[in-house]
Design a protein around this ligand. Structure first.
Ligand code: AHR
Length: 331
């Protein structure tokens, strides 16, 4: 049975209870099982973000290293042009017109995807969201979203912060770009944990996932608050590492005068945690290529999967915790 006919059968299936699947721990990808059974490769259109930072590089490399021809896939990688959503929509449309078997989407913007997703649905091409969600979140328009749980991850950072500052303190939030779904989810999770505590947000500003902007924004906000800041919540590692530089250049000691917490868990952040420059790093595990491959195979075989597949991610709260894993880290 061709890939398309199998998936059409799946579309015709009555809604069934979600079937959770194992996560990244499963064995290596398809071993040629990915092919459509008659030897043809499964074509995968990957509408990707492209160059954005260490996390993105780890994630997109992992996807490309997983969906190989040896595993039975023809992965067509389409990174955005300068993070521009229109270039992603154009690539998405080309994949639909080309009739790929499945589309993987990591959206640069949360909104604006309805028309594209409806076109894919009309063409009976399943869409799997990687990392980034869409808003409004209409899960009838995609098969599943595979990502760590941003709300839970950020809530864990917030819970650590509340525990660190029982008598309160002033904090700055360095956000990712406006309009990106994970930014809203991280704000939601953080707020759920710190609301009602004695922590006071003195400023929140985007630094666009960038170390350079993280440094310049933090410099400005420290000056504006006469250095009376005890905590910085950076929504990704790069912005937190930039903030640490600004803290030092302001004559303050990261980890002592100002604690900095970040999300991602990339190697440079784990090294900074080991050195005491960062105080808390929550992983946002990017290595879910094997899970994505399993989801693609199940979907094309007409099986149902959960509408949101959460990738496990760990928290690291001390130099010792970072040192214990640094040697073996894969990203
Ligand atoms: O969507 C995930 C976020 O995008 C990561 O936390 C950040 O580093 C990346 O740019």
């Amino acid at each position: 049975m061709s890939v398309q006919r199998r998936y059409a059968k799946f579309l015709g299936l009555a809604a069934v209870g979600a079937l959770s699947i194992g996560l990244a721990a499963c064995s290596s990808g398809g071993g040629g099982e990915g092919s459509s059974g008659d030897g043809d490769l499964i074509t995968v259109g990957f509408v990707a973000v492209g160059p954005e930072g260490a996390w993105r590089e780890a994630n997109e490399t992992n996807i490309q290293d997983t969906f190989t021809k040896d595993a039975g896939f023809d992965l067509k990688y389409a990174p955005a042009t300068n993070l521009d959503q229109k270039s992603q929509i154009d690539a998405f449309t080309s994949f639909v017109d080309e009739g790929v078997d499945v589309i993987l989407l990591s959206a640069t913007e949360a909104s604006g995807w309805e028309d594209s997703l409806e076109r894919a649905q009309e063409a009976e091409i399943p869409v799997i969201l990687l990392d980034r969600g869409i808003e409004p979140d209409d899960d009838s328009l995609y098969v599943t979203r595979i990502a760590p749980d941003n709300v839970e991850v950020a809530a864990a950072v917030g819970a650590w912060a509340v525990e660190q500052f029982p008598d309160g303190g002033n904090y700055i939030t360095l956000e990712g770009p406006a309009g990106v779904g994970v930014v809203n989810e991280r704000n939601e999770g953080w707020d759920s944990a710190v609301d009602g505590s004695k922590l006071v947000e003195v400023a929140a500003q985007t630094a666009n996932w960038s170390a350079e902007e993280g440094k310049s924004v933090t410099e400005t906000l420290l000056k504006a608050n006469n250095n009376n800041v005890q905590l910085i919540f950076a929504q990704n590692d790069e912005m937190g590492l930039g903030a640490a530089q600004a803290v030092e250049e302001a004559g303050l000691t990261p980890g002592v005068d100002v604690k900095i917490a970040t999300i991602d868990g990339t190697k440079s952040a784990m090294e900074a945690l080991a050195d005491g420059k960062l105080s808390f790093v929550h992983e946002y595990n990017p290595l879910f290529g094997e899970t994505a491959l399993e989801v693609v195979e199940k979907t094309l075989d007409g099986e149902s999967v959960d509408s949101y597949i959460i990738v496990p991610s760990e928290a690291f709260d001390s130099p010792e915790a970072a040192q214990a894993v640094l040697a073996d880290r894969k990203y």
